[in-house]
Design a protein. Structure first.
Length: 162
């Protein structure tokens, strides 16, 4: 069983529960109404305080959420608390839409680099796998460099005790 926290309008296809703070309302981050009828077992909740028992789900999934929250560490601890086996987190790399000539999305509170994320996860004593997706720049037709785009993190929970 998987929970998708911060599911927005497109929950993970394997998720059996979708959680979002803006369930039934227009999200200020994606500027779209999150229709509970499109979400499996919808729960309106804040990622910092999930109204769920510990270790209820085999897996927790969270995409493009931690850069918006007040306290990413507290949010991550909640994901770790409700999951038994693993937590998957996807966050945009700090270079994503943050070049000198482009302003970062106004809703982003945090910007993550790979070294910063590794240090953060190590400080929490987590066992994880990290992978960086890269996109060609300036275009797919003429790639001069491949810039980091998304950071994919899988955290394995067998040895983690909060």
């Amino acid at each position: 069983m998987m929970i998708d926290v911060g599911c927005g309008v497109n929950p993970h296809p394997a998720a059996c529960v979708g959680v979002d703070l803006y369930m039934g309302a227009v999200s200020p981050d994606i500027h779209v109404e999150i229709d509970p009828q499109r979400i499996p077992n919808p729960i309106k909740a804040d990622i910092h305080h999930l109204p769920l028992r510990s270790k209820v789900f085999e897996e927790a999934y969270c995409r493009a959420v931690l850069e918006h929250v007040e306290d990413p560490t507290k949010a991550l601890r909640e994901l770790l608390r409700v999951s038994r086996c693993r937590v998957q987190v996807i966050i945009p790399h700090r270079y994503f839409r943050n070049r000198a000539w482009q302003r970062p999305p106004r809703e982003h509170r945090w910007f993550f680099g790979v070294r910063q994320v590794r240090a953060w996860l190590n400080s929490l004593g987590l066992r994880y796998h990290l992978w960086v997706e890269r996109k060609p720049y300036p275009s797919a037709l003429i790639p001069i460099v491949w810039l980091p785009h998304l950071i994919y993190i899988t955290i394995y929970l067998e040895r983690w005790n909060p």
